[in-house]
Design a protein around this ligand. Structure first.
Ligand code: HEC
Length: 111
């Protein structure tokens, strides 16, 4: 399922829904750590293929400066600059929410 929050008509229900999710779960509905361990760690723990290493504060500071939405977009759709980030880390079974939760986990653990 793809959710895009563009268009003002969708904004209000989307915000209400987000509040509900925040109220009922600690962070994200998806477990970012579990997703990371399953689908992202193989590259992002070692820095394989020039992947930004989780825990490298400088690298992730620069990434966070791009804005979280850009990082979500690059993780969901893939990104080529110095290396090659496959869409959804190559795991098509992941939902947008799960990919985003994994990005949050990586940013959180790279400060
Ligand atoms: C096959 C190896 C591989 C896997 C698996 C992988 N990544 Fe990456 N990722 C990369 C590489 C390489 C880059 C650097 C791309 C570049 O700079 O060209 C990257 C970059 C990124 C970036 C920074 C994008 C940017 O704008 O610079 C984020 C965020 C990211 N990955 C998140 C994830 C998440 C979340 C997962 C798991 C769902 C994941 N990656 C799985 C290799 C991988």
């Amino acid at each position: 399922m793809k959710t895009k929050m563009t268009g003002t008509g969708l904004m209000l229900p989307a915000i209400a829904c987000t509040w509900l999710m925040i109220a009922s779960t600690p962070l994200h509905a998806a477990d970012g750590e579990a997703v990371y361990n399953k689908s992202c760690k193989m590259c992002h723990a070692s820095g394989m293929m020039s992947a930004p290493k989780v825990g490298d504060a400088d690298a992730w500071k620069a990434l966070a400066a791009k804005g979280r939405d850009v990082l979500y977009d690059h993780s969901i759709n893939g990104f080529h600059d110095k290396g090659m980030m496959p869409p959804r880390g190559g795991d098509d079974s992941l939902t947008d929410e799960e990919v985003k939760a994994a990005v949050d986990y990586m940013v959180q653990n790279s400060k």
